[in-house]
Design a protein around this ligand. Structure first.
Ligand code: SAH
Ligand code: SF4
Ligand code: F3S
Length: 438
């Protein structure tokens, strides 16, 4: 049986795509291997979000040239966002590459492989999309599952490649999503994360339209306390009273939100075309906290966007403190092809961007630690999942409803069970404690 080595970069959408690609290729008779040297097919599922992510792909691809010479019949393919962004150019630049497939064309991989020796390309000009409904998904984790509810993005923030690599926003029909989750529940999954680039704008373009909160209600009803439900990433402008109420009221819905802000300066937010200003964002945070006081809030931040002054940057630091984030992914701005911001004249030096990143990271570390220390002495509900252990076999690990990682000691703990843990220690990244019997 031919062997597949699949290497994944990028966000949860890509990880889920990799699980779908694996499912599709296992169906074609492939088996998985960890070792590139043993593989008959090496596939790179790629990310283009920042320059560094794209370079990682090229340097990895470069290492396969020798393998390709050594192993007759070895096929090398590239899929994901770099595939969509670069298309044909990749086949020219890497003569040993066999095929290039965009994220909307996963079902094209098997036919390309069967096509024999010809080199192939399956990326759409305007990235199209066919969701392989009947395709099996080979999931990595047996407790938590990702479910894509929408793909693509219509927002065109001026720094972002996603609308170019993943195309326009398309929502899956609610019945299809509910059916998939019904299957996951039957298989014993304990948590589902609904995925979309602007996940809370779900359903508007469907006929008949359906709101994101209505979908959440249907899912909550279906899982009936057997599964936790999360979603990522929502857009601040589409955080409604209804959504805040749902976070407080739906028992399955976890008290956690990843709410990207990008900048704390109105001037920069405007140049980013984010569609919200600082006050609107803070209002949304206040609304969420008013309804769901236990909510953990995390975010994405870009420092060093073109034209960002020290004052603008300070406004971002201020906003971080004002919100008191539980966590944040902080990135140095990276100019991307096709985007408006790439053309802006006032690009900042690497040095300035680097310094601001360091400064923001130091602040974030302090804020996370503060938030996590608030759990000391409290007892929290932990969904046990070995995956959170990161190689530590002595203790058990899992996550709270706020999505905080907890390492703890205790007897007779099973993967996928929900246990109570008294928190005794906190760092910026995780909590530690002891299991208690209530
Ligand atoms: N759909 C999500 C974000 C997807 S990209 C949303 O709109 O919130 C994940 C994060 O990468 C973004 O939130 C942003 O902080 C960061 N990012 C995107 N493009 C970037 C760029 N050109 N340079 C640096 N960071 C970027
Ligand atoms: Fe990119 Fe903005 Fe769309 Fe998020 S909302 S995927 S940052 S364009
Ligand atoms: Fe990267 Fe594409 Fe996700 S660019 S962040 S893999 S949508």
């Amino acid at each position: 049986m031919p062997k597949l080595k699949l290497i994944t970069f990028g966000c949860q959408a890509n990880e889920l795509d990799s699980e779908r690609i694996t499912g599709l290729l296992l169906r074609e008779g492939y088996t998985l291997t960890e070792r590139e040297e043993d593989a008959d097919l090496i596939l790179l599922n790629t990310c283009a979000i920042r320059e560094k992510a794209e370079h990682k792909v090229y340097s990895r691809l470069g290492t396969f040239q020798v393998l390709k010479r050594q192993r007759a019949g070895l096929k090398i393919g590239i899929c994901g966002c770099v595939a969509q962004q670069e298309g044909q150019a990749l086949l020219k630049r890497f003569p040993y590459l066999d095929f290039v497939v965009g994220p909307g064309q996963l079902t094209a991989i098997a036919p390309l492989l069967q096509a024999g020796t010809a080199r192939g390309l399956a990326t759409a000009r305007a990235p199209g999309y066919s969701y392989p409904v009947d395709a099996p998904v080979q999931r990595q984790n047996s407790i938590r599952a990702w479910v894509s509810i929408m793909e693509g993005c219509d927002r065109f923030c001026t720094f972002c490649v996603v609308p170019f690599t993943r195309g326009r926003e398309r929502s899956r029909p609610p019945e299809e999503i509910v059916e998939e989750i019904r299957g996951l529940k039957r298989q014993g999954y304990r948590e589902v994360t609904l995925l979309g680039q602007t996940v809370n704008s779900y359903g508007r373009k469907l006929t008949p339209p359906i709101s994101f909160v209505e979908l959440l209600r249907r899912i909550d009803h279906l899982v009936d306390g057997h599964m936790r439900v999360r979603f990522t990433s929502p857009h601040p402008s589409d955080v409604t009273d209804e959504l805040a109420a749902a976070l407080a009221e739906l028992p399955s819905l976890c008290e956690q939100i990843h709410l990207p802000v990008q900048s704390g300066s109105d001037r920069i937010l405007h140049r980013m075309k984010r569609g919200h200003d600082r006050d609107e964002y803070l209002e949304k945070v206040a609304l969420l906290r008013a309804k769901a006081p236990e909510i953990a809030i995390t975010t994405d931040i870009i420092v060093g966007f073109p034209g960002e002054t020290e004052e603008d940057f300070q406004a971002t630091l201020d906003l971080m403190q004002e919100v008191g984030y539980d966590g944040a992914f902080i990135f140095k701005y990276s100019p991307r092809p096709h985007t408006e911001a790439e053309e802006m004249p006032d690009q900042l030096s690497e040095e300035v961007r680097g310094r601001r990143l360091e400064q923001a990271l130091v602040l974030m570390n302090r804020l996370s630690l503060e938030r996590n220390r608030a759990y000391l002495g409290r007892t929290v509900e932990v969904l046990v999942n070995r995956e959170d252990a990161k190689g530590d076999s002595v203790r058990h690990s899992g996550r709270t409803r706020q999505n905080k990682i907890v390492h703890f000691s205790g007897e007779g703990v099973e993967d996928g069970s929900v246990v109570s843990v008294a928190i005794t220690w906190a760092s910026a990244l995780y909590l530690q404690g002891e299991m208690v019997c209530l």
